[in-house]
Ligand binder design. Structure first.
Ligand code: CTP
Ligand code: MG
Length: 382
């Protein structure tokens, strides 16, 4: 038998009426895109999936349009205008629910997008024994009291907790505490408001994922640790041309024709590297229409691609290139080619593989009309 009697019915208030100044976005942070959707939408969707009987979203005065856009397609949300402080915004949300008062209310910052059902449940399970329940985390570091840049004392971290939202309250108690609040203009959170009225507030286990999104760097996308890219290129074999493959000049009866030196293998490698960091393709960086690249050594394209990979915060893991032709034989030049590619890209030869295949005399490569190359590149976050 569960200890709590029947599930307590609750409404949710999400406060999103701040200015979000520290986040430095071009709209208040709650409406800025974060992991594919407006920050606010994450929490609203989480509550929409929960058993909340009603969801109130407190927004800045006059921002209905942007709020509607951020919440498009989610039914039954009540928008309420906030106040100049978080405490007043919460109070406005509570007043909007007062007429049809729910048994309990969860008050949550829009700035904490990673809300999960387990925290909501832990909080609700606690309300039968306390007027309020808040998610908390331990303090890991030791503490120092600062005074003008000097340590003035310490505090016992064992008794301290970091406080998050959502915070759950019995509705009548938190409403009257907010109505009576006489503390500083901006209460740190709603638990402080209830505590000032002597309300009992229980601690439940919080979740690091509930971290508040505050600064511009919190909006930077988290890049995948490993990415791959694919490249493919073909050039025509013609008389009177030099044959360059992987930055190595080979003696052959014909050479590859192209705007640059037509090093088909390096071109495939460049496209693989650009693909791995989603940086368009070789033609976008070195357009054939640009006279600067006429007869250019493709090695500089490879060096440029390696620089872009590094600028994107990645280093090259490995390169694997396959050259498709009947002739010349690639095997005797393999090591020189691997060394050449490694030098251009600033990696070790062991990170570069060069392979070759024929197409059994079939197709344009089989007939010796051209050479094709395909490459794959793996890059790793630095
Ligand atoms: N909030 C609010 N009304 C206010 C101030 C804040 O509803 N007058 C909300 C914010 O939208 C946010 C939450 O309270 O969801 C926590 O506040 P904070 O993270 O400080 O957000 P902002 O005040 O918007 O940001 P900043 O302090 O960087 O300007
Ligand atoms: Mg603030």
């Amino acid at each position: 038998m569960p200890l709590s009697t029947h599930p307590i019915s609750f409404a949710a208030i999400i406060v999103a009426a701040g200015k979000g100044l520290r986040a430095g976005q071009n709209v208040p942070k709650q409406f800025a895109m974060w992991h594919g959707k407006p920050l606010l939408r994450h929490s609203v969707e989480a509550f929409a999936k929960s058993d909340a009987t009603k969801i109130v979203v407190v927004i800045p005065h006059g921002e209905e349009d942007i709020a509607h856009k951020a919440l498009r397609g989610i039914e039954g949300i009540q928008l309420v205008a906030g106040g100049p402080t978080r405490q007043e915004s919460v109070r406005n949300g509570l007043e909007a629910l007062a007429e049809n008062a729910p048994a309990a209310v969860m008050i949550h910052d829009a700035a904490r997008p990673c809300l999960n059902a387990a925290v909501i449940q832990r909080l609700l399970d606690t309300l039968h024994r306390a007027a309020g329940a808040i998610p908390v985390l331990p303090v890991i570091d030791s503490l120092s009291v600062d005074g003008d840049g000097l340590m003035k004392g310490s505090a016992n971290r064992e008794t301290l907790r970091r406080v998050q939202t959502p915070q759950a309250f019995r509705f009548a108690e938190i409403l009257s505490a907010h109505r009576d609040w006489e503390g500083p203009a901006n209460a740190g959170d709603d638990a402080q408001v209830l505590l000032a009225k002597g309300g009992v507030i229980a601690h439940v286990e919080g979740d690091e994922a509930l971290k508040k999104i505050t600064f511009a760097e919190d909006f930077m996308p988290t890049l995948p640790a490993i990415r791959t890219g694919l490249g493919y290129d073909v050039h025509r074999l013609a008389d009177g041309e030099e044959l360059w493959l992987c930055g190595v000049r080979l003696a052959h009866s014909k050479g590859l024709r192209g705007h640059s030196d037509a090093d088909v293998a390096l071109h495939a490698i460049v496209d693989a590297l650009l693909g791995a960091i989603a940086a368009e393709d070789i033609g976008a960086h070195f357009p054939p229409s640009d006279a600067r690249w006429s007869g250019a050594k493709s090695g500089q394209f490879a060096e440029h691609a390696a620089r872009l990979v590094s600028d994107a915060g990645y280093s090259i893991g490995n390169i694997d290139v396959t050259i498709i032709c009947e002739a010349p034989k690639i095997g005797p030049h393999r090591d020189e080619m691997r060394f050449s590619i490694a030098s251009l890209l600033g990696v070790d030869t062991s990170q570069v593989s060069v392979k070759a295949t024929t197409t059994e005399m079939l197709g344009f490569t089989g007939r010796g009309e051209g050479i094709a190359a395909q490459a794959i590149a793996t890059v790793m976050r630095e």
